[in-house]
Design a protein around this ligand. Structure first.
Ligand code: BES
Ligand code: ZN
Length: 869
């Protein structure tokens, strides 16, 4: 075999945090001139730079055709610099440099959706985080180089909209049917936050006056037909602006804020300064076309990107190892925002469900890494559940421990110290510590080591002494790359309940305070510790880790009866839900009786439906096959899990039959005034409908068909569609055809049509084949790929049979066309090593066979890590 033709990720491609060095040159200003033509784009730039430390002048650049380069007025010849595929280096540059370059790039053939690319016939956009700017011009493309950007954009007048960051300074015509705009962004920013947009788009306008009295013009750009679907996003944006003023004292700092929607986008959305670029899936929202879950997501992504203006843009990352500094904090902030939009308990449930379904498995397998990694090959591979979700949890733990007031003092100090800077995780923790007066430095351990800690707890009641003792122990699985794992600080929020009355006991007595339990939170920061509650007159029921106060695997020997008790009496909605999940896992995996769960649900539901219908609907969450599989570390047999889960759903459907019928009939979302409540009622109705249909009840099919036909709401329509299609109802074919006809011009709704079919419990290789050969299937649109691939993955039995080749073929194809997305899709197979034989060896062989066929750093790094178990 020819080794050179089999590129593997070599050791020298790895970047290490310990090797960080300051850039030798800083950039005071950059003038960019971007001229878009049909078959190429010219980019001229003028960089004004000055030396900061000794060393060469290094400009990063990729896929750029260099036309000319002038240093301090003198044209350079090829002997004045060295140029390779990644960088242009000028040795012995003077301390003050004005560098002019001209390059040609090709956005019209850029399929990677990184840098400047043509998103559709009439739209060009940029995506520069983390390292896309080097595909636009030569530049020290790293987040610790901050500069003032002035941008001229020129194109044919068939593209009426020409946008860039900051304030519009000038606009005019250049002749030959072309026009231009000039924009200046007054705040210094790193290159990854640069954006420009050239296109034919319509706009929705609004305005917001900040607490400082600044009048901000708000604009959302989208295709003309989609403008009516931008109102929810616009409301969410204004709400976010106000929320950040109220909760963090952070008003907006520019006179405009623009959002541009495109269907060709690798991710959800991007926080470019004053000019966010969004996947249409994260902007467009309308009850008729968008499910409730997707509407919630739009609002939280709008908030997320807006919140980055302070946590990410004004204070940015020193280097990409610090990514969780901006993402973890911003996710924590958007989660808190969303807790105000809907049932706070349900928001927490959803966030923890994502954490447990994605981050926990990631952290227990070959892709495990600390929230702040210390090395990487391709940074795009590190926008992970660990960086985002575990990163958010670390911030949440510190905020839980500090409480509202002190946490705010800490964040105020962070903004005071570091506004305008590129900083590290240490800077963040130090500022929180200084502002709050509470030493949080041991939380750095959470950032620096991988793995989900196991938290073992034991409870012991002494009737004679009237004491209740709780002992805790923490441990981490050994990790080959991180030998020195340390104990971490774990805030354990807890409550004790009187078993007879269901009342919560007060923990305010002095004895309890001395134990270190403050405001219901015990900070467990040793390897082992015991606390004792005195004056406890009867054996209590304890509820641990309320609201999921730390990202750990809790082991506590609850009896089934205690779990049923918590379902009924726990006032923390999250732990109420957690009790249902623990109980259901036991029924599923350990063969416990289902009766006790059913009884608890029946007792709890009537009141809860009144109070919080959304939470009520979540008490029916049955752990997915994927989640159950992710809890199994060896000898995993997807078909066995499927069988066990089906058996449970059937039992529940049978035992709850009459109850479901009554509940379905009694619920009416129209009677609810608030979106969150109506959403809950719709969710509950869909669950009831599915339970009825599970038993093959044809009247349930009729009800579902009626619901499908008579509604104008996507959650109701989609819910009914799933019930009919997934239960093979006689009406299934008709409603699928109807859905297609209604929504064939609506890409995001059509994604749902693809998803529903791909996720059919009995989908076969042929089902997927038919979908991927459909005229509307498009490998250039990541959303469409994800609709089918994500749907397929709803059934692990399929993922691990014919799905393996599906994902491998996609990764191979995308390796060149769009390696960012290719690498992500391949990760679906990362738990191959947990499978029972012969599947385990089969998947391994298929992955090994892919290895010599891929070239991108993205896909090869992922593949190598996946195979390194
Ligand atoms: N900064 C990211 C966008 C991004 C992601 C850029 C990956 C480059 C690579 C943005 O703020 C973000 O985090 N977006 C998320 C959604 C968010 C609500 C968590 C996304 O795109 O999935
Ligand atoms: Zn983000």
């Amino acid at each position: 075999m020819n080794i050179a033709a089999n590129p593997v990720v070599e050791a020298d491609q790895t970047v290490y945090l310990k090797d960080y060095q300051k850039p030798s040159f800083l950039v005071d200003s950059i003038n960019l001139d971007i001229q878009v033509y049909d078959d190429h784009t010219k980019v001229n730039s003028v960089l004004v730079m000055k030396r900061q430390t000794a060393g060469d002048l290094i400009l990063l650049g990729r896929d750029l055709e260099l036309k000319s380069i002038i240093l301090n007025g003198k044209p350079l010849s090829e002997t004045d610099y060295t140029l390779d595929a990644e960088q242009l280096v000028i040795a012995q540059a003077p301390d003050q440099v004005t560098l002019e370059t001209q390059v040609i790039i090709h956005p019209e053939s850029n399929t990677q959706l990184e840098g400047l690319y043509q998103a559709s016939g009439d739209l060009f956009v940029t995506q520069n985080e983390p390292e896309g700017f080097r595909k636009i011009t030569f530049y020290p493309d790293r987040p610790d180089v901050l500069s003032v950007f002035t941008t001229r954009v020129e194109a044919d007048k068939k593209f009426p909209v020409l946008l860039a960051n900051g304030n519009l300074m000038e606009a005019g015509e250049t002749g030959e049917g072309r026009h231009y705009t000039i924009w200046q962004d007054p705040t210094k920013k790193p290159s990854y936050l640069f954006a420009c947009v050239i296109g034919d788009l319509a706009v929705l306008k609004d305005a917001y006056v900040t607490s400082e009295g600044r009048n901000v013009a708000l604009e959302i750009y989208a295709e003309e037909k989609d403008i009516p679907k931008c109102h929810i996003a616009m409301e969410a944006l204004k709400h976010s602006m106000q929320w950040d003023e109220e909760h963090y004292g952070r008003p907006y700092d520019l006179d405009n804020y623009m959002i541009v929607a495109t269907s060709a986008f690798n991710m959800g959305a991007m926080e470019n300064k004053g000019l966010n670029i969004f996947n249409t899936s994260c902007v467009l929202a309308d009850e008729e076309y968008t499910s409730d879950a997707a509407i919630m997501r739009v609002q939280s992504v709008i908030a997320h990107e807006y919140f980055h203006n302070w946590t990410g843009n004004r204070i940015t990352c020193r280097d990409w190892f610090q990514l969780c500094l901006k993402e973890g904090l911003t996710v924590f902030r958007d989660q808190s925002f969303s807790e105000d939009l809907q049932s706070a308990a349900v928001q927490r449930i959803d966030d923890v469900a994502v954490l447990k379904a994605h981050q926990f498995p990631e952290d227990s397998g070959p892709l495990s890494h600390p929230p702040r990694p210390d090395h990487f090959v391709e940074i795009n591979n590190f926008y992970t559940a660990t960086v985002y979700e575990k990163g958010a949890e670390i911030n949440r733990m510190m905020s839980t421990l500090l409480g509202k007031v002190k946490f705010r003092q800490g964040t105020d100090e962070y903004f005071r110290r570091h506004d305008g800077q590129a900083v590290t995780v240490e800077d963040w923790v130090a500022a929180l510590t200084a502002g709050s007066g509470v030493d949080l430095s041991n939380f750095l351990t959470w950032y620096n080591q991988p793995g989900t800690p196991k938290l073992e707890a034991k409870g012991e009641y002494d009737a004679a002494k009237q004491t209740y003792r709780l002992s805790f122990k923490q441990s981490l699985k050994a990790h080959p790359k991180y030998p020195n794992l340390k104990a971490v600080p774990i805030p354990v929020a807890l409550a004790l309940f009187d078993a007879a009355s269901g009342e919560q006991l007060s923990l305010q007595s002095a004895a309890l305070f001395e134990n270190g339990v403050k405001d219901g939170v015990y900070l467990f920061d040793q390897e082992q510790a015991t606390i004792e509650f005195s004056g406890v007159t009867a054996k209590p029921v304890v509820s641990l880790l309320r609201n999921f106060s730390a990202p750990v695997n809790l082991e506590f020997n609850y009896s089934d009866e205690e779990l049923a008790f918590l379902i009924q009496y726990e006032t923390n909605g999250f732990n109420q839900w957690q009790a249902t999940q623990t109980l259901l896992e036991r029924i599923l995996l350990e063969g416990h009786e289902a009766g006790i769960y059913i009884e608890a649900i029946k007792n709890t539901l009537p009141d809860l439906v009144e109070k919080d219908p959304l939470l009520a609907s979540r008490l029916f969450d049955i752990p997915t096959e994927g989640y159950l599989g992710s809890r199994i570390d060896s000898e995993y047999q997807p078909a066995v899990i499927q069988e066990q889960r089906n058996a449970l759903v059937n039992t529940l459907a049978r035992e709850l039959g009459a109850f479901c019928k009554e509940t379905y009939a009694a619920l009416d979302p129209e009677l609810q005034h608030e979106f969150s409540q109506a959403m809950g009622v719709r969710a509950l109705k869909n669950i009831m409908l599915n339970m009825m249909a599970r038993q093959g009840d044809t009247s349930a099919f009729d009800l579902a068909h009626e619901q499908y036909q008579n509604t104008g709401n996507m959650s109701e329509r989609l819910g009914a569609l799933k019930v009919l299609v997934w239960n093979d109802a006689p009406q299934a074919k008709d409603v699928l055809a109807d859905f297609y006809d209604r929504f064939k011009e609506e890409a995001l709704s059509l994604d749902q049509w693809f998803m529903v079919q791909a996720a059919h419990p009995k989908a076969t290789a042929e089902t997927i084949q038919v979908l991927t050969s459909h005229a509307d299937y498009d490998l250039k649109v990541p959303n469409r790929i994800r609709a089918v691939s994500g749907g397929l993955n709803a059934n692990p039995v399929n993922t691990w049979s014919f799905g393996v080749q599906h994902y491998i073929d996609l990764a191979k194809y995308l390796d060149e066309k769009n390696p960012i997305v290719g690498s992500r899709l391949l990760q679906v197979l990362s738990r191959w090593y947990t499978l029972a034989e012969p599947q385990r060896s089969e998947v391994k062989a298929a992955l090994e066979a892919l290895k010599p066929q891929v070239k991108s750093k993205n896909v090869s790094e992922t593949l190598n890590s996946m195979l390194s178990v």
